[in-house]
Design a protein around this ligand. Sequence first.
Ligand code: FAD
Ligand code: SF4
Length: 519
Amino acid sequence: MTTLIPVFADQLSLSLSSLRDANSQSSIILMMEVASEANFVGHHRRKIAFLFSAMRHFAETLRQAGFAVRYVKLDDPENTGSFDGEISRALDELQIDKIVVCEPGEWRVEQMVRQWQERFSLPVTVTQDDRFICSREEFGNWASGRKQLRMEWFYRDMRRKTSLLMRDEKPVGGQWNFDQENRKPAKPDLFMPSVPSFSPDAITLEVVELVRSRFPERFGSLDGFNMAVTREQALKAARSFMQERLPLFGDYQDAMLEGEDVLWHSLLSPALNAGLLDPLELCEMAVAEHAAGRAPLNSVEGYVRQIIGWREYVRGIYWLQMPDYAQANGLDAHRRLPDFYWSGETKMRCVATVIDQTRRIAHAHHIQRLMVTGNFALLAGIDPHEVHEWYLAVYADAFEWVEMPNTIGMSQYADGGLMASKPYAASGKYINRMSDHCRQCDFDPDKRTGPDACPFTMLYWDFLARNREALSGNQRMAMMMRNLDRIDTGELQQIREQSARLLDEIAPPNTASRRMPSL
Ligand code: FAD
Ligand code: SF4
Protein backbone atom coordinates (compact mmCIF):
# COMPACT_ATOMS: atom_id res chain seq x y z
CA MET A 1 0.00 0.00 0.00
CA THR A 2 1.61 3.28 -1.06
CA THR A 3 0.20 6.56 0.19
CA LEU A 4 0.61 9.88 -1.59
CA ILE A 5 0.74 12.82 0.82
CA PRO A 6 0.46 16.23 -0.86
CA VAL A 7 1.88 19.02 1.32
CA PHE A 8 0.96 22.61 0.41
CA ALA A 9 3.04 25.78 0.82
CA ASP A 10 1.36 26.70 4.12
CA GLN A 11 1.81 23.23 5.63
CA LEU A 12 5.57 23.17 6.18
CA SER A 13 5.48 21.48 9.61
CA LEU A 14 6.90 18.08 10.56
CA SER A 15 4.01 17.83 13.02
CA LEU A 16 1.42 18.11 10.21
CA SER A 17 -1.45 15.70 10.86
CA SER A 18 -1.18 14.08 7.40
CA LEU A 19 2.47 13.18 8.07
CA ARG A 20 1.79 11.51 11.38
CA ASP A 21 1.38 8.00 9.96
CA ALA A 22 3.82 8.51 7.08
CA ASN A 23 6.85 6.25 6.79
CA SER A 24 9.78 5.94 4.43
CA GLN A 25 8.68 2.58 2.99
CA SER A 26 5.11 3.24 2.01
CA SER A 27 4.62 7.01 1.74
CA ILE A 28 5.54 9.50 -0.96
CA ILE A 29 5.29 13.16 -0.09
CA LEU A 30 4.31 15.41 -2.99
CA MET A 31 5.23 19.10 -3.03
CA MET A 32 4.28 21.30 -5.98
CA GLU A 33 5.26 24.75 -7.24
CA VAL A 34 2.43 25.42 -9.69
CA ALA A 35 1.75 28.36 -11.99
CA SER A 36 -2.00 28.41 -11.27
CA GLU A 37 -1.28 29.28 -7.62
CA ALA A 38 1.57 31.72 -8.36
CA ASN A 39 -0.77 33.51 -10.78
CA PHE A 40 -4.02 33.24 -8.79
CA VAL A 41 -3.53 36.91 -7.98
CA GLY A 42 -0.43 38.93 -8.88
CA HIS A 43 1.51 37.77 -5.80
CA HIS A 44 4.46 39.90 -4.71
CA ARG A 45 7.71 38.44 -6.03
CA ARG A 46 9.23 38.26 -2.56
CA LYS A 47 6.22 36.27 -1.35
CA ILE A 48 6.63 33.71 -4.13
CA ALA A 49 10.38 33.47 -3.49
CA PHE A 50 9.79 33.06 0.26
CA LEU A 51 7.26 30.26 -0.18
CA PHE A 52 9.20 28.35 -2.85
CA SER A 53 12.43 28.61 -0.88
CA ALA A 54 10.72 27.53 2.36
CA MET A 55 9.11 24.62 0.48
CA ARG A 56 12.42 23.49 -1.02
CA HIS A 57 14.12 23.66 2.36
CA PHE A 58 11.26 21.73 3.96
CA ALA A 59 11.58 19.05 1.27
CA GLU A 60 15.24 18.70 2.26
CA THR A 61 14.26 18.34 5.90
CA LEU A 62 11.79 15.61 4.99
CA ARG A 63 14.41 13.78 2.91
CA GLN A 64 16.88 13.98 5.77
CA ALA A 65 14.21 12.49 8.03
CA GLY A 66 14.07 9.52 5.64
CA PHE A 67 10.93 10.34 3.64
CA ALA A 68 10.57 9.91 -0.11
CA VAL A 69 9.69 13.32 -1.58
CA ARG A 70 8.48 14.04 -5.09
CA TYR A 71 9.18 17.74 -5.54
CA VAL A 72 7.89 19.52 -8.65
CA LYS A 73 9.72 22.76 -9.39
CA LEU A 74 8.02 25.59 -11.24
CA ASP A 75 10.40 25.24 -14.18
CA ASP A 76 10.28 21.44 -14.46
CA PRO A 77 9.47 20.80 -18.14
CA GLU A 78 6.77 18.26 -17.21
CA ASN A 79 5.05 20.55 -14.69
CA THR A 80 1.37 20.76 -15.64
CA GLY A 81 0.89 24.03 -13.74
CA SER A 82 -1.93 22.98 -11.39
CA PHE A 83 -2.47 20.89 -8.27
CA ASP A 84 -4.99 18.65 -10.06
CA GLY A 85 -2.59 18.17 -12.98
CA GLU A 86 0.28 17.24 -10.67
CA ILE A 87 -1.80 14.78 -8.65
CA SER A 88 -2.92 13.17 -11.88
CA ARG A 89 0.67 12.94 -13.17
CA ALA A 90 1.90 11.46 -9.88
CA LEU A 91 -0.86 8.82 -9.98
CA ASP A 92 0.05 7.95 -13.57
CA GLU A 93 3.74 7.61 -12.83
CA LEU A 94 3.69 5.98 -9.39
CA GLN A 95 1.86 3.00 -7.88
CA ILE A 96 -0.41 4.88 -5.46
CA ASP A 97 -3.22 3.25 -3.47
CA LYS A 98 -4.52 6.18 -1.48
CA ILE A 99 -4.09 9.88 -0.76
CA VAL A 100 -3.82 11.42 2.71
CA VAL A 101 -3.91 15.20 2.87
CA CYS A 102 -4.18 17.71 5.69
CA GLU A 103 -7.18 20.02 5.22
CA PRO A 104 -6.09 22.99 3.06
CA GLY A 105 -6.14 26.53 4.42
CA GLU A 106 -8.24 27.91 1.58
CA TRP A 107 -11.82 27.14 0.64
CA ARG A 108 -11.04 26.99 -3.09
CA VAL A 109 -8.26 24.40 -2.61
CA GLU A 110 -10.41 22.38 -0.26
CA GLN A 111 -13.13 22.20 -2.92
CA MET A 112 -10.50 20.79 -5.27
CA VAL A 113 -9.27 18.23 -2.74
CA ARG A 114 -12.81 17.06 -1.94
CA GLN A 115 -13.21 16.05 -5.60
CA TRP A 116 -10.06 13.93 -5.81
CA GLN A 117 -11.65 10.70 -4.56
CA GLU A 118 -14.24 10.67 -7.33
CA ARG A 119 -12.00 12.17 -9.94
CA PHE A 120 -9.06 9.81 -9.44
CA SER A 121 -11.02 6.76 -8.19
CA LEU A 122 -8.99 6.05 -5.07
CA PRO A 123 -9.54 6.66 -1.34
CA VAL A 124 -8.74 10.16 -0.09
CA THR A 125 -8.46 10.90 3.64
CA VAL A 126 -8.52 14.55 4.72
CA THR A 127 -6.98 15.01 8.18
CA GLN A 128 -7.78 17.91 10.48
CA ASP A 129 -5.25 20.74 10.62
CA ASP A 130 -4.61 20.59 14.35
CA ARG A 131 -1.88 23.23 14.26
CA PHE A 132 -4.78 25.56 15.01
CA ILE A 133 -6.01 25.76 18.59
CA CYS A 134 -9.68 25.89 17.63
CA SER A 135 -10.95 23.43 15.02
CA ARG A 136 -13.43 24.56 12.40
CA GLU A 137 -16.10 22.45 14.07
CA GLU A 138 -15.38 23.91 17.51
CA PHE A 139 -15.65 27.45 16.14
CA GLY A 140 -18.93 26.55 14.45
CA ASN A 141 -20.27 25.33 17.81
CA TRP A 142 -19.06 28.47 19.55
CA ALA A 143 -20.73 30.69 16.93
CA SER A 144 -23.95 28.75 16.76
CA GLY A 145 -26.91 30.63 18.22
CA ARG A 146 -24.89 33.75 19.11
CA LYS A 147 -26.27 37.10 18.02
CA GLN A 148 -22.81 38.65 17.92
CA LEU A 149 -19.52 36.94 17.21
CA ARG A 150 -17.28 39.27 19.20
CA MET A 151 -13.61 38.30 19.26
CA GLU A 152 -13.20 39.19 22.94
CA TRP A 153 -15.57 36.43 24.11
CA PHE A 154 -13.96 33.89 21.82
CA TYR A 155 -10.51 34.93 23.08
CA ARG A 156 -11.47 34.35 26.70
CA ASP A 157 -12.57 30.83 25.83
CA MET A 158 -9.22 30.23 24.11
CA ARG A 159 -7.38 31.48 27.22
CA ARG A 160 -9.35 29.01 29.31
CA LYS A 161 -8.74 26.22 26.80
CA THR A 162 -4.97 26.76 26.56
CA SER A 163 -4.47 27.89 30.20
CA LEU A 164 -2.21 30.64 28.85
CA LEU A 165 -1.89 33.53 31.36
CA MET A 166 -4.42 31.89 33.67
CA ARG A 167 -4.14 31.31 37.41
CA ASP A 168 -6.83 29.49 39.41
CA GLU A 169 -9.14 29.81 36.38
CA LYS A 170 -8.77 33.59 36.46
CA PRO A 171 -6.77 35.80 34.09
CA VAL A 172 -3.30 36.70 35.35
CA GLY A 173 -3.24 40.37 36.40
CA GLY A 174 -6.96 40.38 37.18
CA GLN A 175 -8.18 41.37 33.73
CA TRP A 176 -8.39 39.72 30.32
CA ASN A 177 -7.23 42.56 28.14
CA PHE A 178 -4.69 45.37 28.63
CA ASP A 179 -5.30 47.11 25.31
CA GLN A 180 -5.90 50.52 26.85
CA GLU A 181 -2.18 50.57 27.80
CA ASN A 182 -1.15 49.75 24.23
CA ARG A 183 -1.78 52.93 22.26
CA LYS A 184 1.33 55.02 22.68
CA PRO A 185 2.74 56.92 19.70
CA ALA A 186 6.42 56.07 19.16
CA LYS A 187 9.18 58.69 19.28
CA PRO A 188 12.05 58.53 16.79
CA ASP A 189 14.64 58.87 19.58
CA LEU A 190 13.58 55.61 21.24
CA PHE A 191 16.08 52.77 20.82
CA MET A 192 14.91 50.48 18.02
CA PRO A 193 16.18 46.90 18.24
CA SER A 194 17.36 45.39 14.97
CA VAL A 195 15.52 42.58 13.21
CA PRO A 196 17.46 39.40 12.32
CA SER A 197 18.39 39.06 8.68
CA PHE A 198 19.22 35.75 6.96
CA SER A 199 21.66 35.55 4.07
CA PRO A 200 20.25 33.56 1.19
CA ASP A 201 21.86 30.16 0.62
CA ALA A 202 22.20 28.36 -2.74
CA ILE A 203 18.56 27.13 -2.64
CA THR A 204 17.20 30.62 -2.00
CA LEU A 205 19.45 32.21 -4.60
CA GLU A 206 18.20 29.74 -7.22
CA VAL A 207 14.59 30.49 -6.31
CA VAL A 208 15.15 34.25 -6.38
CA GLU A 209 16.59 33.96 -9.89
CA LEU A 210 13.70 31.74 -10.98
CA VAL A 211 11.15 34.27 -9.71
CA ARG A 212 13.06 37.16 -11.25
CA SER A 213 13.04 35.54 -14.67
CA ARG A 214 9.50 34.09 -14.56
CA PHE A 215 7.79 37.21 -13.16
CA PRO A 216 9.75 40.18 -14.53
CA GLU A 217 6.78 42.59 -14.47
CA ARG A 218 5.39 41.64 -11.10
CA PHE A 219 4.98 44.04 -8.18
CA GLY A 220 7.59 43.80 -5.46
CA SER A 221 11.30 43.84 -4.92
CA LEU A 222 13.56 40.80 -4.57
CA ASP A 223 16.60 42.90 -3.67
CA GLY A 224 18.34 42.02 -0.44
CA PHE A 225 16.12 38.98 0.17
CA ASN A 226 16.74 38.10 3.83
CA MET A 227 13.67 36.24 5.09
CA ALA A 228 13.77 33.21 7.39
CA VAL A 229 13.07 30.19 5.16
CA THR A 230 13.78 27.28 7.52
CA ARG A 231 12.39 26.37 10.92
CA GLU A 232 15.80 26.95 12.52
CA GLN A 233 15.95 30.47 11.10
CA ALA A 234 12.35 31.18 12.06
CA LEU A 235 13.06 30.02 15.63
CA LYS A 236 16.09 32.31 15.75
CA ALA A 237 13.89 35.21 14.61
CA ALA A 238 11.29 34.28 17.23
CA ARG A 239 13.87 34.20 20.04
CA SER A 240 15.22 37.56 18.95
CA PHE A 241 11.70 39.06 19.03
CA MET A 242 10.97 37.61 22.48
CA GLN A 243 14.19 39.00 23.95
CA GLU A 244 14.46 42.35 22.21
CA ARG A 245 11.09 43.60 21.02
CA LEU A 246 8.37 41.86 23.04
CA PRO A 247 8.91 44.06 26.15
CA LEU A 248 7.74 47.17 24.24
CA PHE A 249 5.46 45.35 21.77
CA GLY A 250 2.35 46.33 23.73
CA ASP A 251 3.17 49.98 24.35
CA TYR A 252 3.85 50.80 20.70
CA GLN A 253 1.59 48.29 18.95
CA ASP A 254 -0.36 51.03 17.15
CA ALA A 255 2.54 53.36 16.37
CA MET A 256 4.01 54.22 12.97
CA LEU A 257 7.34 55.92 12.30
CA GLU A 258 9.11 57.08 9.14
CA GLY A 259 12.08 54.84 8.33
CA GLU A 260 11.01 52.10 10.75
CA ASP A 261 9.34 49.15 9.01
CA VAL A 262 8.90 46.85 11.97
CA LEU A 263 9.13 48.82 15.25
CA TRP A 264 8.42 46.35 18.08
CA HIS A 265 6.30 43.94 16.03
CA SER A 266 7.40 40.32 15.62
CA LEU A 267 7.51 40.07 11.80
CA LEU A 268 6.87 36.37 12.33
CA SER A 269 3.56 36.02 10.44
CA PRO A 270 5.06 34.72 7.15
CA ALA A 271 6.93 31.93 8.98
CA LEU A 272 3.96 31.21 11.24
CA ASN A 273 1.42 31.01 8.41
CA ALA A 274 3.71 28.85 6.26
CA GLY A 275 4.04 26.38 9.15
CA LEU A 276 7.66 26.99 10.14
CA LEU A 277 6.50 28.11 13.58
CA ASP A 278 3.70 26.88 15.78
CA PRO A 279 1.21 29.33 17.31
CA LEU A 280 1.21 27.73 20.76
CA GLU A 281 4.99 27.52 20.95
CA LEU A 282 5.19 31.28 20.25
CA CYS A 283 2.64 32.04 22.97
CA GLU A 284 4.49 29.82 25.42
CA MET A 285 7.76 31.58 24.65
CA ALA A 286 6.09 34.94 25.29
CA VAL A 287 4.50 33.79 28.56
CA ALA A 288 7.89 32.44 29.70
CA GLU A 289 9.37 35.93 29.17
CA HIS A 290 6.71 37.36 31.46
CA ALA A 291 7.20 34.62 34.06
CA ALA A 292 10.94 35.39 34.08
CA GLY A 293 10.19 39.08 34.66
CA ARG A 294 11.62 40.18 31.31
CA ALA A 295 8.43 41.30 29.56
CA PRO A 296 5.46 43.18 31.05
CA LEU A 297 1.95 41.76 31.10
CA ASN A 298 0.44 44.34 28.71
CA SER A 299 2.88 43.24 26.00
CA VAL A 300 2.62 39.52 26.61
CA GLU A 301 -1.17 39.51 26.93
CA GLY A 302 -1.41 41.66 23.77
CA TYR A 303 0.79 39.25 21.85
CA VAL A 304 -1.05 36.14 23.07
CA ARG A 305 -4.38 37.79 22.18
CA GLN A 306 -3.26 38.44 18.60
CA ILE A 307 -2.43 34.78 18.16
CA ILE A 308 -4.94 32.69 20.12
CA GLY A 309 -7.57 35.41 19.80
CA TRP A 310 -7.49 37.25 16.47
CA ARG A 311 -5.65 34.68 14.38
CA GLU A 312 -7.89 31.79 15.43
CA TYR A 313 -11.01 33.94 15.31
CA VAL A 314 -10.50 35.15 11.72
CA ARG A 315 -9.93 31.57 10.61
CA GLY A 316 -13.17 30.55 12.26
CA ILE A 317 -15.06 33.40 10.57
CA TYR A 318 -13.56 32.48 7.19
CA TRP A 319 -14.70 28.86 7.29
CA LEU A 320 -18.06 29.77 8.79
CA GLN A 321 -18.83 32.30 6.06
CA MET A 322 -17.22 30.97 2.88
CA PRO A 323 -17.92 31.03 -0.01
CA ASP A 324 -20.37 33.99 0.30
CA TYR A 325 -17.90 36.02 2.34
CA ALA A 326 -15.72 36.71 -0.71
CA GLN A 327 -18.63 38.57 -2.34
CA ALA A 328 -19.75 40.65 0.63
CA ASN A 329 -20.19 44.36 -0.05
CA GLY A 330 -22.32 45.70 2.77
CA LEU A 331 -21.56 49.37 2.10
CA ASP A 332 -22.20 48.98 -1.64
CA ALA A 333 -18.74 50.26 -2.56
CA HIS A 334 -17.88 50.13 -6.25
CA ARG A 335 -14.89 52.30 -7.00
CA ARG A 336 -11.72 50.97 -8.59
CA LEU A 337 -8.57 50.53 -6.54
CA PRO A 338 -6.40 53.61 -7.24
CA ASP A 339 -3.26 52.96 -9.28
CA PHE A 340 -1.08 54.29 -6.48
CA TYR A 341 -1.72 51.08 -4.50
CA TRP A 342 0.72 49.55 -7.00
CA SER A 343 2.91 52.47 -8.01
CA GLY A 344 3.18 54.23 -4.65
CA GLU A 345 2.92 57.50 -6.56
CA THR A 346 0.82 59.73 -4.35
CA LYS A 347 1.45 62.91 -2.42
CA MET A 348 -0.17 61.35 0.65
CA ARG A 349 2.98 60.72 2.67
CA CYS A 350 1.47 58.01 4.89
CA VAL A 351 0.16 55.99 1.94
CA ALA A 352 3.34 56.41 -0.12
CA THR A 353 5.41 55.23 2.86
CA VAL A 354 3.33 52.09 3.42
CA ILE A 355 3.26 51.19 -0.28
CA ASP A 356 7.00 51.71 -0.58
CA GLN A 357 7.59 49.44 2.41
CA THR A 358 5.16 46.87 1.03
CA ARG A 359 7.00 46.87 -2.31
CA ARG A 360 10.39 46.49 -0.58
CA ILE A 361 9.66 43.81 2.02
CA ALA A 362 6.16 42.39 1.33
CA HIS A 363 5.18 43.33 4.88
CA ALA A 364 3.37 46.07 6.74
CA HIS A 365 2.29 45.94 10.34
CA HIS A 366 -1.32 45.85 11.47
CA ILE A 367 -1.94 49.58 11.90
CA GLN A 368 -0.35 50.36 8.55
CA ARG A 369 -2.71 47.83 6.90
CA LEU A 370 -5.79 48.79 8.89
CA MET A 371 -5.49 52.54 9.38
CA VAL A 372 -3.58 53.67 6.29
CA THR A 373 -4.19 51.56 3.16
CA GLY A 374 -7.34 49.89 4.53
CA ASN A 375 -8.78 53.08 5.98
CA PHE A 376 -8.21 54.96 2.72
CA ALA A 377 -9.96 52.24 0.66
CA LEU A 378 -12.87 52.24 3.11
CA LEU A 379 -13.25 56.04 3.07
CA ALA A 380 -12.93 56.16 -0.72
CA GLY A 381 -15.58 53.46 -1.27
CA ILE A 382 -13.34 51.00 -3.13
CA ASP A 383 -14.88 47.69 -4.20
CA PRO A 384 -13.96 45.38 -1.28
CA HIS A 385 -13.16 42.50 -3.59
CA GLU A 386 -10.48 44.57 -5.31
CA VAL A 387 -9.11 45.56 -1.93
CA HIS A 388 -9.07 41.90 -0.87
CA GLU A 389 -7.17 40.85 -4.01
CA TRP A 390 -4.57 43.55 -3.39
CA TYR A 391 -3.93 42.44 0.20
CA LEU A 392 -3.81 38.79 -0.84
CA ALA A 393 -1.20 39.64 -3.47
CA VAL A 394 1.17 42.01 -1.72
CA TYR A 395 1.92 40.52 1.72
CA ALA A 396 4.19 37.52 2.30
CA ASP A 397 1.93 36.32 5.12
CA ALA A 398 -1.27 36.53 3.03
CA PHE A 399 -3.33 33.38 2.76
CA GLU A 400 -7.00 33.78 2.09
CA TRP A 401 -8.22 32.32 5.42
CA VAL A 402 -6.48 35.07 7.38
CA GLU A 403 -6.35 37.89 4.84
CA MET A 404 -9.98 37.85 3.70
CA PRO A 405 -11.76 38.35 7.05
CA ASN A 406 -9.22 41.02 8.00
CA THR A 407 -9.88 42.86 4.74
CA ILE A 408 -13.54 42.24 3.93
CA GLY A 409 -14.68 42.22 7.56
CA MET A 410 -12.39 44.19 9.81
CA SER A 411 -11.00 46.73 7.39
CA GLN A 412 -13.77 47.33 4.82
CA TYR A 413 -16.84 46.64 7.02
CA ALA A 414 -18.23 44.83 3.98
CA ASP A 415 -19.72 41.99 6.04
CA GLY A 416 -22.25 44.36 7.59
CA GLY A 417 -20.60 44.35 11.01
CA LEU A 418 -20.20 40.62 11.57
CA MET A 419 -16.58 41.07 12.65
CA ALA A 420 -16.22 44.71 13.61
CA SER A 421 -18.80 46.50 15.73
CA LYS A 422 -18.18 49.69 13.73
CA PRO A 423 -16.16 50.68 10.67
CA TYR A 424 -12.44 51.40 11.25
CA ALA A 425 -12.88 54.82 9.62
CA ALA A 426 -10.58 57.60 10.82
CA SER A 427 -9.51 61.03 9.65
CA GLY A 428 -5.95 62.25 9.17
CA LYS A 429 -5.95 63.35 12.81
CA TYR A 430 -5.64 59.72 13.92
CA ILE A 431 -2.65 59.16 11.60
CA ASN A 432 -1.11 62.39 12.84
CA ARG A 433 -1.48 61.25 16.46
CA MET A 434 0.02 57.80 15.87
CA SER A 435 2.82 58.65 13.40
CA ASP A 436 5.24 61.29 12.19
CA HIS A 437 4.09 61.10 8.54
CA CYS A 438 1.99 64.26 8.55
CA ARG A 439 4.96 66.44 9.49
CA GLN A 440 6.48 65.61 6.12
CA CYS A 441 3.32 65.73 4.04
CA ASP A 442 1.99 68.42 1.67
CA PHE A 443 -1.46 68.05 3.21
CA ASP A 444 -2.75 69.29 6.55
CA PRO A 445 -4.47 66.62 8.69
CA ASP A 446 -6.65 69.24 10.36
CA LYS A 447 -8.12 70.59 7.10
CA ARG A 448 -11.16 69.08 5.46
CA THR A 449 -11.55 71.42 2.47
CA GLY A 450 -9.23 73.45 0.27
CA PRO A 451 -6.15 72.57 -1.78
CA ASP A 452 -4.12 71.32 1.20
CA ALA A 453 -6.98 69.43 2.87
CA CYS A 454 -5.82 65.99 3.99
CA PRO A 455 -7.66 63.46 1.79
CA PHE A 456 -8.25 61.22 4.82
CA THR A 457 -9.85 64.05 6.77
CA MET A 458 -11.99 65.22 3.86
CA LEU A 459 -13.07 61.72 2.85
CA TYR A 460 -13.83 60.79 6.46
CA TRP A 461 -16.71 63.27 6.52
CA ASP A 462 -17.74 62.36 3.00
CA PHE A 463 -17.79 58.68 4.07
CA LEU A 464 -20.05 59.44 7.04
CA ALA A 465 -22.41 61.53 4.92
CA ARG A 466 -22.45 58.96 2.10
CA ASN A 467 -23.15 56.07 4.46
CA ARG A 468 -25.41 57.90 6.91
CA GLU A 469 -28.36 55.66 6.20
CA ALA A 470 -26.41 52.38 6.16
CA LEU A 471 -24.81 53.21 9.53
CA SER A 472 -27.79 54.90 11.17
CA GLY A 473 -28.76 51.86 13.28
CA ASN A 474 -25.24 51.51 14.73
CA GLN A 475 -25.11 52.97 18.25
CA ARG A 476 -21.31 53.09 18.20
CA MET A 477 -21.50 55.52 15.26
CA ALA A 478 -23.93 57.87 16.99
CA MET A 479 -21.30 60.31 18.27
CA MET A 480 -19.60 60.54 14.86
CA MET A 481 -22.94 61.19 13.20
CA ARG A 482 -23.67 63.94 15.74
CA ASN A 483 -20.29 65.51 14.86
CA LEU A 484 -21.22 65.29 11.19
CA ASP A 485 -24.45 67.14 11.91
CA ARG A 486 -22.43 69.98 13.47
CA ILE A 487 -20.76 70.80 10.13
CA ASP A 488 -22.67 73.60 8.44
CA THR A 489 -24.49 72.77 5.23
CA GLY A 490 -22.29 74.92 3.01
CA GLU A 491 -19.06 73.35 4.24
CA LEU A 492 -20.48 69.83 4.00
CA GLN A 493 -21.48 70.50 0.42
CA GLN A 494 -17.94 71.71 -0.29
CA ILE A 495 -16.51 68.54 1.32
CA ARG A 496 -18.79 66.37 -0.77
CA GLU A 497 -18.02 68.14 -4.04
CA GLN A 498 -14.25 68.17 -3.47
CA SER A 499 -14.38 64.49 -2.44
CA ALA A 500 -16.33 63.53 -5.55
CA ARG A 501 -13.81 65.33 -7.79
CA LEU A 502 -10.89 63.59 -6.09
CA LEU A 503 -12.51 60.15 -6.16
CA ASP A 504 -13.58 60.41 -9.80
CA GLU A 505 -9.99 61.22 -10.66
CA ILE A 506 -8.18 58.53 -8.64
CA ALA A 507 -10.83 55.83 -8.28
CA PRO A 508 -13.57 56.01 -10.94
CA PRO A 509 -16.58 53.75 -10.40
CA ASN A 510 -15.97 50.19 -11.43
CA THR A 511 -18.68 49.66 -14.04
CA ALA A 512 -17.83 45.97 -14.36
CA SER A 513 -18.33 45.51 -10.64
CA ARG A 514 -20.95 43.09 -9.41
CA ARG A 515 -23.80 44.15 -7.13
CA MET A 516 -22.89 42.23 -4.03
CA PRO A 517 -24.97 41.73 -0.91
CA SER A 518 -23.97 42.17 2.70
CA LEU A 519 -24.10 38.91 4.61
P1 FAD B 1 2.55 41.15 15.31
O1 FAD B 1 2.08 42.54 15.47
O2 FAD B 1 3.86 40.80 15.88
O3 FAD B 1 1.40 40.23 15.93
C1 FAD B 1 1.67 38.91 16.40
C2 FAD B 1 0.96 37.87 15.59
O4 FAD B 1 -0.43 37.93 15.82
C3 FAD B 1 1.12 37.98 14.10
O5 FAD B 1 2.32 37.38 13.66
C4 FAD B 1 -0.13 37.29 13.58
O6 FAD B 1 0.09 35.92 13.42
C5 FAD B 1 -1.14 37.50 14.69
N1 FAD B 1 -2.11 38.54 14.34
C6 FAD B 1 -2.12 39.82 14.75
N2 FAD B 1 -3.23 40.46 14.32
C7 FAD B 1 -3.91 39.56 13.59
C8 FAD B 1 -5.14 39.61 12.88
N3 FAD B 1 -5.89 40.72 12.82
N4 FAD B 1 -5.53 38.50 12.24
C9 FAD B 1 -4.80 37.37 12.27
N5 FAD B 1 -3.65 37.26 12.95
C10 FAD B 1 -3.22 38.34 13.60
N6 FAD B 1 -2.31 38.74 8.94
C11 FAD B 1 -1.80 37.67 8.31
O7 FAD B 1 -1.16 36.83 8.96
N7 FAD B 1 -2.00 37.48 6.98
C12 FAD B 1 -2.70 38.37 6.23
O8 FAD B 1 -2.85 38.19 5.02
C13 FAD B 1 -3.23 39.52 6.86
N8 FAD B 1 -3.93 40.45 6.15
C14 FAD B 1 -4.41 41.56 6.79
C15 FAD B 1 -5.15 42.49 6.04
C16 FAD B 1 -5.68 43.61 6.65
C17 FAD B 1 -6.48 44.58 5.86
C18 FAD B 1 -5.45 43.81 8.02
C19 FAD B 1 -6.00 45.01 8.71
C20 FAD B 1 -4.72 42.90 8.77
C21 FAD B 1 -4.20 41.75 8.17
N9 FAD B 1 -3.47 40.79 8.90
C22 FAD B 1 -2.99 39.68 8.26
C23 FAD B 1 -3.32 40.90 10.35
C24 FAD B 1 -2.03 41.61 10.83
O9 FAD B 1 -1.90 42.84 10.18
C25 FAD B 1 -0.78 40.76 10.59
O10 FAD B 1 -0.97 39.49 11.17
C26 FAD B 1 0.45 41.38 11.23
O11 FAD B 1 0.65 42.66 10.73
C27 FAD B 1 1.65 40.51 10.98
O12 FAD B 1 2.83 41.14 11.39
P2 FAD B 1 3.61 40.64 12.69
O13 FAD B 1 3.93 39.19 12.54
O14 FAD B 1 4.73 41.57 12.93
O15 FAD B 1 2.49 40.79 13.76
FE1 SF4 C 1 -1.53 61.07 5.48
FE2 SF4 C 1 -3.14 63.21 5.65
FE3 SF4 C 1 -1.10 62.95 7.31
FE4 SF4 C 1 -0.67 63.48 4.74
S1 SF4 C 1 -1.71 64.80 6.23
S2 SF4 C 1 0.43 61.97 5.99
S3 SF4 C 1 -2.30 62.32 3.78
S4 SF4 C 1 -2.88 61.61 7.18
